[in-house]
Design a protein around this ligand. Structure first.
Ligand code: AGP
Length: 607
């Protein structure tokens, strides 16, 4: 995720900006840059790759004079990680420079309008429209220009802006993206998070959505959307630096679990327009879809389980047959794939070796390829005929959480899109769109309604093994729940389709054997209930994942994880939340290295 910093004071700005950017490195980034103002001139320096490259290019900042500036680490979203796309972006007249964290949803329309008005663009980013809008609206008053420019923007943004007409001033604007002001003595700062500030000051002001700030070395002025000055409380930061890097969370995994409402929203919201699911990035026409005889989904690990849950939804809504194949198997299986196959490739990193190999194999057989990827510009994204990005932001914990839920969210959107194109949605469409839009809220509720999980972890953490059961999409989530558990807590955890128990696994059920039963699909609830009764009568302890008012399950099981009521077509993305939290707290009880589990890598780039 991008990070921004700003400084104004008496000292040289560049070294302070570089230091702040280093503190933001943990957020993940692929390019970086600074803009420093000196004698009413702005100098911009940008690099791809590490901050170390920026330090080298600027001689640790010494080569860029000036006491006021802004800096940025970029996690590529719109456009590849290149110097042109790196921030800061300059206005055509060179008077303004902007750094931005967030996504401008209406940038295409604004870009077209600005091009018509004679502005030229140097980058492919959504951000560049902002600097041209500011130039267009500036008539001698930055406050006015910022209000008019941001009034035109839809989406999320934390902005840092400098202007040669106003030396010594830095401006910050916040809308749905974190931004904090640092109040120093004879110097002031802003940054995406406190990590970048605590070396200089522990006195901070948290900006809220719709607020603007104008900082000079001696003053901090904050104003609202109408330009009215407002007073804000200064807060003293007491955290240690390490904690701040994780946003106050003990582990990146917990932070990433908590980020899921926002990540799923960022994935879904821009793709719903005028009562339809709309993919700007897809070139699959109705005719192309009509020629598709089957969809094959391929991936590894959690991404494969995302595919398993997507299969049910695509088949249900679009009525296209879907096969889900492990990439490591597909690549060596002499697959029955041809030009009538649509291959959906899912990968958070976009660099998983087996996934890439399976993709190449299927491409060679004529399949059209559609990638669902988080990392912009990654190999899978580049190889695919069509790429849909999950806007999860960087995922640092090895165990995927927001990477998984945003993949499932994209599969839901694709199911709707395909069904619509094939004329198979009709009157269901409006209702399903509402459900899709409610998912971020439902995920938040699933986080909030499970405060009992740390206590449950104390009960289950010493188990020798855990069985997870479920049916249909509940089964897909049981698979992912078991994987989360084993990879971070090192407990033996296995998932079974509940109906398969009697075909063998039930032999393993004995007194106090924990069974985690996922029962969130009303149409097959009775069936899973029978399985709960079967294992309970053999002495199992059942931890059921279900709704709060599900009396039948509540009276059959021993312990509970809850989700809010949500249409079963799209409930899987909510169901996984309590299982992620359970795995997290069990691993914590067991004293495991949660963010970096033994033997595992974030990106498996070898076979
Ligand atoms: C999940 O928590 C894993 N660490 C792992 O299974 C992962 O999902 C798999 O390696 C695939 O990675 P990718 O999405 O980057 O391709």
């Amino acid at each position: 995720m991008c990070g921004i910093v700003g400084f104004t004071g008496k000292q040289s700005a560049a070294p302070i900006l570089l230091d702040g950017l280093k503190k933001l490195e943990y957020r993940g980034y692929d390019s970086a840059g600074i803009a420093v103002m000196d004698q009413a001139q702005i100098e911009v320096v940008k690099v791809t790759g590490r901050i170390a490259n920026l330090c080298e290019k600027t001689k640790d900042g010494e080569a860029v004079p000036g006491t006021c500036g802004i800096g940025h680490t970029r996690w590529a979203t719109h456009g590849a990680p290149t110097e042109e796309n790196a921030h800061p972006h300059l206005s055509n007249d060179g008077r303004f420079a902007v750094v931005h964290n967030g996504i401008i949803e209406n940038y295409i329309a604004l870009r077209e309008e600005l091009i018509k008005d004679g502005y030229h663009f140097e980058s492919e980013t959504d951000t560049e429209v902002i600097v041209h809008l500011i130039e267009m609206y500036y008539e001698g008053d930055m406050r006015e220009a910022l209000i008019r420019a941001t009034n035109r923007l839809r989406g999320s943004y934390a902005l840092g802006v400098i202007c040669t007409e106003e030396p010594g001033k830095i401006y910050a604007v916040r809308e749905a993206s974190p931004l904090i002001l640092g109040v120093g003595v004879g110097e002031n700062f802003f940054a995406s998070d406190v990590t970048a500030l605590v070396n200089y000051t522990r006195n901070v002001i948290y900006l809220e959505d719709g607020e603007f700030a104008e900082l000079t070395e001696e003053s901090v002025r904050i104003f609202d959307v109408l330009g009215k000055t407002i007073d804000k409380k200064v807060t003293r930061i007491l955290w240690d630096v390490q904690a701040a890097e994780k946003g106050g969370y003990e582990h990146f995994m917990l932070k990433e679990i908590m980020e899921q409402p926002g990540a799923v929203k960022a994935t879904i919201a821009p793709r719903i327009r005028d009562g339809k699911v709309f993919f700007e990035e897809l070139n699959i026409t109705q005719d192309d879809l009509k020629k598709v005889r089957k969809i094959v989904i391929t991936a590894c690990g959690s991404a494969y389980y995302a595919g398993c849950s997507g299969k049910y939804v695509i088949e249900k809504l679009a009525r296209i047959p879907v096969e889900v194949e492990l990439a490591s198997e597909l690549r060596y299986s002499d697959p029955l794939i041809d030009e009538h196959t649509l291959l959906i490739v899912i990968s958070q990193s976009g660099e998983t070796a087996d996934t890439i190999a399976a993709m190449k194999e299927c491409k060679a057989r004529g399949a059209r390829t559609l990638a669902i990827v988080n990392v912009v510009g990654s190999t899978v994204a580049t190889l695919a005929d069509d790429t849909v990005y999950t806007w999860a932001g960087p995922e640092i914990a090895v165990a995927t959480t927001k990477g998984f839920t945003t993949q499932v969210a994209v599969l839901y959107l694709l199911a709707m899109h395909f069904a619509d194109k094939l004329g198979r949605l009709q009157e269901k469409e409006a209702h399903l769109l509402k459900v899709l839009e409610s998912l971020p809220r439902k995920i938040q509720q699933a986080i909030d309604m499970n405060a009992q999980i740390p206590e449950l972890a104390k009960k289950y953490h010493s188990s020798k093994s855990l069985f997870f059961i479920g049916r249909n999409t509940d089964y897909a989530i049981a698979l992912e729940g078991a994987l989360k558990m084993k990879e971070i807590s090192y407990l033996h955890a296995e998932s079974y389709a509940a109906g398969e128990l009697k075909h063998g696994t039930i032999a393993l059920i004995e007194d106090h054997q924990p069974v985690i039963a996922v029962c969130c699909n009303p149409s097959i609830m009775e069936k899973t209930l029978s399985n709960i009764v079967e294992v309970k009568s053999r002495g199992a302890e059942v931890l059921a994942l279900t709704f709060r008012n599900n009396q039948k399950i509540l009276s059959a099981a021993d312990d509970f994880l809850f989700i809010p009521e949500v249409d079963p077509v799209f409930s899987a993305v909510v169901e996984i939340i309590p299982l992620q939290l359970l795995a997290y707290y069990v691993a914590k009880e067991n004293g495991c290295d949660i963010d970096k589990p033994k033997n595992l890598a974030k990106s498996v780039t070898v076979e």
